[in-house]
Design a protein around this ligand. Sequence first.
Ligand SMILES: NC(=O)c1ccc[n+]([C@@H]2O[C@H](COP(=O)([O-])OP(=O)(O)OC[C@H]3O[C@@H](n4cnc5c(N)ncnc54)[C@H](O)[C@@H]3O)[C@@H](O)[C@H]2O)c1
Ligand SMILES: O=C(O)C(=O)C[C@@H](O)[C@H](O)[C@H](O)COP(=O)(O)O
Ligand SMILES: [Zn+2]
Length: 360
Amino acid sequence: MKLTVNLKENSYPIYIENGILTKSGEYISRIFNGQKIMVISDDNVFPLYGQKITDSLTSAAGHNYECHSLVLPHGEPTKNFQSLPKIYEAMLEAKLTRSDLVIALGGGVIGDLAGFAASSYLRGIKLVQIPTSLLAQVDSSVGGKVAVDLPQGKNLVGAFYQPKMVLIDPEVLDTLPDHFIKDGMGEVIKYGCIKDSNLFCRLCSHSSFEDLKPELPEIIARCVDIKRIVVEEDQFDTGERMLLNFGHTLAHTIEQYYNYERESHGEAVGIGMYQITRMAEEKKLTAPGCADRIQQALKIYGLPSSCGLPVSALTEAISLDKKNLNGHLNVVLLKEIGNSYVYPTDISFFGFSENGQENI
Ligand SMILES: NC(=O)c1ccc[n+]([C@@H]2O[C@H](COP(=O)([O-])OP(=O)(O)OC[C@H]3O[C@@H](n4cnc5c(N)ncnc54)[C@H](O)[C@@H]3O)[C@@H](O)[C@H]2O)c1
Ligand SMILES: O=C(O)C(=O)C[C@@H](O)[C@H](O)[C@H](O)COP(=O)(O)O
Ligand SMILES: [Zn+2]
C-alpha cells in the first residue's frame, strides 16, 4: 500500500508492506541517486535488521551505494543532546556530503534523533525513515517532527524536517517486545480518540492485542492516513496539528519528571489522555463517560491510566509545553470520542491552584 504526504516540494511516499525491508534498496534507489548512505540504528534493532537493509542497499540495481552504519544504545536516554556529537563525528568520518542520505532504522528514539542530526548536519541531508516499533510505524516516522530531549523537557530542541520516504514493514513487529507493543497502542488509541470513533470502537471490540494482531497492517495504515491528513493541513503545528498532541501535555511532564526512565512515551500518553479527559469532564468540557471509555481501552491493551504523581510537581514542565504560546496554554480536549478540539486556557486548568493536590 502506498500513501503520499502532499506537502508541495516536501512531499513523500509512505509504503506499508510485509517484507518491504528486504526490498529497501530497490525502493530507495527510486529517490536517491547519491553515493553514500549512513544507517543509524540502535543495539537492539541493528543486529536484527541491519544486515538485511545493507544487503538490499548494496545490491540495488544500477547503483553502487557505499554503506556506513552507526549503532547507538537503545532507549529514551539516547534521545539526548549528548548523542548528537557522536552522530556528527560518524557522519564526518564517513565524509557524508549534502548529496548523501541518512536512514533512521529503529523506533521513535532513533527516528527523532537521527532525523534531527540529518536536519542539522550541513544544514540538512536527505533522510529516509524505516520505523521498526509500532509507535514509530503509526506516528513518529511520519510528519517530520525530529528532536532531542533536554533534562528540562521532552523534544525541546528539534526541527520540522520531512523524510524523503517512509518504509513500513509490519512483519518486524514480530520481534518487538510486548512492552513496546503497548506503547504503540497508546498512540493508536489516541488516533481513535481525536479523529475516528469507528477506529476507537474497533479497538474496544477486541479483548487483547493478540486478538487485534491480524488487523494490524490495516490499523497502521489508518493511523498513518489520519496523521497524513492532519500534517498536510498544518505542517508546522500552529492549529489543527495540535490535536495529535492529545494527552501529551501531561505525558511529557510525566516522562520528564521521572528523568525519561520510568513511564515510557506510550504509557505516559495513555495516562495523559485519561487524566485530561477526566479533568475536562469535571469542567463539562467533554461529554460524560469519555474518560471511562478511554480507561477501558487502555486496560485492554495493558496500559496504565494513572501513575500517582502530584500535578503540583509539574507546573514547570507544563509551562514548557510547546502548545504554550505567549503564556497562553492550549490543551487538546475531546468533545466526545472521535471529535477533538484545542482549548485555550492556562495552568490553573490542572487544578492545583484551587485543590492543592491533584494526583494523576
Ligand atoms: N516525531 C514524532 O512525531 C513522534 C511521535 C510519537 C513519539 N515520538 C517519540 O518516539 C519515542 C518513543 O519511540 P518508541 O516507543 O519506538 O521507542 P524506542 O525507539 O526506544 O523503541 C522501543 C524499544 O524497542 C526496540 N525495538 C524497536 N523496534 C524493534 C523491533 N522491531 N524488534 C525488537 N526490538 C525493537 C528498541 O531498541 C527499544 O528498546 C519517544 O521519544 C517519543 O517522544 C515522536
Ligand atoms: O506529530 C505530532 O504533531 C505529534 O504531536 C505526535 C506526538 O505523538 C509526538 O509525541 C510528538 O513528538 C510530540 O511533539 P511535541 O511538539 O509535543 O514535542
Ligand atoms: Zn506521542
